[in-house]
Ligand binder design. Structure first.
Ligand SMILES: [Zn+2]
Ligand SMILES: [Zn+2]
Length: 135
């Protein structure tokens, strides 16, 4: 979908940062870290605006966040109009450090003990991706 249409669908204003961030994720087709986004954005990058932009895009389900470990967070585009309940799993490649959205594989509903309440559930499989495995 066209970036302008994505924003319009969600009732969001077309700011330069929002457009740039979505375009970047569309272009690369993979998940990116803040550092990678920063490099690509160049002069347009501004930390405060970046976090505000990311939060808006997360809140409106345009992108999602993938927590790799306590220092690495990646962002990826939501390809469908799936809402949060249809979450998918992610694959982290230990060799090339890429994170792939495995959108066809949904996260199970885990039955957790009474009294506990799930807010977020992330599944990250670690191993070797198809590209690295070939070499
Ligand atoms: Zn790899
Ligand atoms: Zn994903």
């Amino acid at each position: 979908m066209n970036v302008v249409d994505i924003l319009k669908n969600k009732g969001l204003k077309k700011t330069a940062q929002r457009i740039m961030l979505i375009k970047l994720l569309q272009k690369t087709g993979i998940s990116l870290t803040e550092g990678e986004i920063k490099t690509e954005m160049g002069d347009l990058y501004d930390r405060i605006t970046f976090y505000r932009t990311v939060q808006t895009l997360l809140d409106t389900n345009i992108i999602h966040r993938i927590t790799v470990d306590n220092i690495t967070v990646k962002y990826a585009l939501n390809h469908s109009n799936h809402d949060h309940s249809e979450n998918h799993i992610h694959f982290f490649c230990k060799q090339c450090h890429s994170v792939t959205c495995l959108e066809d594989i949904a996260i199970h509903e885990y039955r957790i003990p009474q009294g506990f309440e799930t807010e977020e559930c992330e599944v990250l499989i670690k191993g070797m991706c198809d590209k690295c495995g070939k070499e």
